[in-house]
Design a protein around this ligand. Structure first.
Ligand code: PLP
Length: 377
């Protein structure tokens, strides 16, 4: 139907860059070099410059970026790693991949990001690291988290997989720990900076650590066929790197468009009777997702679907209640803020290729859908 607004629209996304992508792919095919070559090297320089990091190290996906960041900090079996219960499960799977135990804590009710006070309360003698997530593209409140890291001697690994280019007090996320900085980016296709396949990177504050990470992602090789340390295979390929170099050039304009759409939603839905995300004073959000809240979320999603508007829920099940993490012993009632939020959150369509007509259609549909719900609540 012509009036429909899908949750994402890859044909519009790829269509707008098609000739640039074709050229980039042709360049790699002509080069005859497909793994760890000039495209990856150039992309790493361009990522570091774009995101204000000392170095960037590309890897196969965001999950392994987190895993390798923890590994390079020496986090392993028997260690505890504090993280938020409201994230992609991959955040916690990366913690488990190094043999450590995720410790899930509750979120700040305003931003739905890791609550620094709850993180501090969760520290034990076994805690080795904390992984804040800049959820939905909005930075977590990092000053208290960095202070906790210094005070309790914890590695701080930023999960910036949803927050490419977001800023906290003027500084780019992923670099906030300075020389100790490790920030994970995902290039999953739906992310603000997406590959046409899987990809990821680490923003790194120290050249020596970056060099170690380049070994770890390539099987731990210190020289060709000499494996100095047990690494993994987590290489970004040249085709994806070449495509990402095209996308990276467009990211600033995409981010501006995301921010403009978020501002439009924020103004036009202000009095619509639902909870709206609010950019905090310390934050410059890149609006990976626009997540509203409503007590009758499922009915709202159904009404929007009937009006042709695609929505998703990020995320319906808090991590401490996921079946995969049941052995960690979480149970309902443990983390009340995240549990309440999980029943109320709904992500509206927000992507750079949306037309003004589409954003207006979303607003009209939300207003029309919320009205009857409030009346019957
Ligand atoms: C996407 C995402 C990941 C995982 O990234 P992949 O590239 O899919 O492995 C981790 N954490 C968060 C918050 C994400 O959004």
């Amino acid at each position: 139907m012509t009036g429909d607004v899908p949750f994402v629209d890859f044909s519009a996304h790829v269509g707008a860059m098609r000739s640039e992508i074709d050229q980039a792919v042709a360049r790699v095919l002509d080069s005859g070099w497909f793994i760890l070559g000039p495209e990856v090297e150039a992309l790493e320089h361009e990522l570091a410059a774009a995101f204000g990091a000392r170095e960037a190290v590309t890897v196969a996906n965001g999950t392994e970026a987190l895993q390798l960041a923890l590994a390079v900090r020496g986090v392993g079996p028997g260690d505890e790693v504090i993280t938020t219960s409201l994230s992609a499960a991959f955040t916690a799977l990366a913690i488990q991949a190094v043999g450590a135990r995720p410790v899930f804590v509750d979120v700040d009710p305003l931003t739905l990001n890791l609550d620094p006070k709850e993180a501090a309360r969760a520290v034990t003698a076994r805690t080795k690291a904390v992984v804040p997530v800049h959820l939905y593209g909005h930075p977590a409140d990092m000053d208290p988290i960095l202070a906790l890291g210094r005070q309790a001697d914890l590695a701080v690994v930023e999960d910036a997989c949803q927050a490419h280019g977001a800023r906290y007090r003027g500084r780019p996320v992923g670099t906030l720990a300075g020389d100790d900085g490790l920030g994970a980016l995902s290039f999953y296709p739906t992310k603000n900076l997406g590959a046409l396949g899987d990809g990821g990177a680490l923003l790194v504050g120290d050249a020596g650590i970056a060099a170690r990470l380049r070994q770890l992602r390539n099987g731990g090789q210190t020289d060709r066929y000499r494996h100095g340390t047990p690494g993994i295979n987590s290489r970004l390929d040249e085709l994806q790197a070449a495509i990402l170099r095209v996308s990276l050039r467009h990211l600033p304009e995409w981010t501006e468009r995301r921010r403009a759409i978020a501002a439009f939603y924020g103004e036009t839905l202000q009095d619509a009777g639902l909870g709206l995300p609010r950019e905090q004073g310390y934050a410059r959000s890149v609006h990976h997702l626009f997540v509203v809240r409503h007590g009758q979320r499922d009915a709202l999603a159904t009404a929007l679907r009937q009006r042709g508007i695609g929505t998703l829920i990020h995320y319906p099940i808090p991590l401490h209640l996921q079946p995969a993490f049941a052995p960690l012993g979480g149970s309902p009632g443990d983390l009340p803020v995240v549990e309440k939020a999980a029943g109320e959150i709904l992500s509206l369509p927000l992507y750079p290729e949306m037309t003004d007509a589409q954003t207006e259609r979303v607003v009209a549909a939300v207003r029309a859908a919320v009205g009857p719900l409030s009346a019957s609540a």
